[in-house]
Design a protein around this ligand. Structure first.
Ligand code: ZN
Ligand code: ZN
Length: 456
């Protein structure tokens, strides 16, 4: 079996992995780098040039897993493409939004290769997407077969990360390979914890997002929700507004569900603002609320919370109104996104607050802000002057990713022959590697070097 890490560095970037097994060639995920532009935003597709793929299997519809799928499909016109049904809905909304973002980037910074694909290309590409049910076994030709089929097969398993997210179980030549995708082993406010296989996995490809973040032993989601609610109340008492940078998919809906609980329990009621893409994805959450596993299945986010919707035009006139929560994407506050533009009105105002609720790359504007000291000069958009950091800032732990402790416990239960560590910053991956190497001396722990073909 051959494996190539198509992600360009050891990082959470344009995630993508090539596998060759049982006479088949396939790619797991095809993301877009959240920070880089142009060629660097794509997975390293040159590493598989000349190899014709049978299948592309997508774990979930976050940008770093699906963001450049139309480019790979253009280069691999014969490959079949598989994902869950919610991922087809969300993926299409997200990619169309991405065309608009890339078109603006072309206008603003002269990126001539942008957009990397067009609206029409997404429409045509998505007709080739085949949606698969959870916990069913499929061949790479898309036929449903019994689990013990002698073909190379795959199965999607709920990963508890965001709507439609999965781990991918591959069976080929008598071997079992399991790719976690992005996973959460804890319940969130909407998403229910992953139900992953507990045995019979020979090769595990595992995400490491939180590998360098220990969890406080006293942490619980319920107590964190209380702390979040209290912090909002305090922020409003100071006469300010609260900006919560969120991913459009997952974190927005989780935050809305938390704010719904505040209203339901009559603790606090206030206007909420979200972005256009977040609103479209929340619509998909609402439409699919009664299908599949989730908490609060009767909660219709948009009907219940009636959020105001801001877009790329209206954000420029949006005021920082006191007593309001602005849950805006992007989560990393990438320049030119709603959360970044809005933050520039918040950062130097002591009465306003920014609450961080999830992962941010340390070099992203959200990461820079989080690590800055009060009154320090910060630059969150290189095209604008630095600002003095005077707003209130607080960090909450509502990550959609598994804690490193739960990833280690999962790997130890499975005790696979080989573990490949992916989807993590170098420090995170190294912590996981060292810990697994000492806890599982009979397993081979591999950090797959980018672009290098490994024989597994
Ligand atoms: Zn994800
Ligand atoms: Zn990811």
């Amino acid at each position: 079996m051959k494996f190539i890490n198509l992600t360009r560095h050891t990082e959470i970037g344009a995630n993508s992995y090539y596998l060759e097994t049982g006479g088949h060639r396939l790619v797991l995920d095809c993301g877009m780098h959240p920070k880089f532009q142009g060629e660097e935003a794509l997975p390293n597709m040159n590493a598989i040039a000349g190899r014709q793929l049978d299948a592309i299997i997508i774990s979930h519809s976050h940008q770093d897993h699906i963001g450049t799928l139309p480019v790979l499909m253009r280069r691999q016109p014969k490959a079949r493409v598989f994902m869950t049904e919610p991922t087809t809905d969300i993926g299409s909304a997200l990619l169309h939004n991405s065309v608009n973002v890339m078109t603006r980037q072309r206008e603003e910074s002269g990126m001539t290769m942008y957009p990397l694909f067009t609206h029409r290309e997404i429409d045509r590409a998505s007709e080739r997407w085949r949606s698969c049910a959870l916990r069913q076994t499929y061949t790479l030709a898309g036929e449903r077969v019994p689990t013990d089929s002698s073909d190379t097969t795959f199965e999607f398993i709920d990963a508890g990360h965001v709507l439609g997210s999965t781990g991918i179980l591959l069976r080929s030549d008598g071997r079992t390979i399991f790719y976690t995708g992005d996973v959460n082993f804890d319940d969130q406010t909407i998403a229910q914890a992953a139900v992953f296989p507990e045995k019979d996995v020979e090769i595990l490809i595992m995400e490491c997002t939180r590998g360098d973040t220990p969890v406080s032993p006293t942490w619980s989601r319920a107590s964190e929700e209380k702390r979040f609610m209290q912090a909002i109340e305090n922020a409003f008492t100071r006469g300010g507004c609260v900006l919560v940078p969120v991913f459009a998919l997952g974190k927005t809906q989780e935050v809305l569900a938390m704010l719904y609980k505040l209203r339901r329990e009559k603790i606090l009621d206030f206007p909420i603002y979200i972005g256009g893409l977040s609103s479209r994805i929340s619509e998909i959450y609402d439409r699919r609320a009664l299908m599949g596993r989730r908490q609060l299945p009767r909660l219709q986010l948009l009907d219940e919370l009636r959020p105001y919707v801001l877009n790329a035009e209206t954000i420029h006139d949006a005021q920082t109104r006191p007593g309001r929560v602005y849950a805006l994407s992007s989560g990393m506050m990438t320049p030119k996104t709603l959360s970044n533009i809005f933050a520039q009105r918040v950062v130097d105002q002591p009465r306003h607050s920014i609450f961080f609720v999830g992962y941010a790359d340390p070099e992203s504007p959200a990461g820079i802000l989080r690590n800055a000291s009060p009154n320090e000069e910060v630059t969150i958009d290189p095209n604008h002057a630095p600002q003095r950091l005077r707003c209130q800032m607080q960090q909450f732990q509502f990550s959609a990713h598994a804690s490193r402790e739960s990833l280690i416990a999962f790997a130890e239960r499975l005790a696979p022959k080989k573990i490949l560590l992916v989807h993590g910053d170098p420090l995170a991956v190294e912590w996981m590697r060292a810990r697994l190497a000492s806890d599982l001396p009979n397993s081979e722990i591999i950090v797959p070097p980018p672009g290098v073909e490994l024989e597994l």
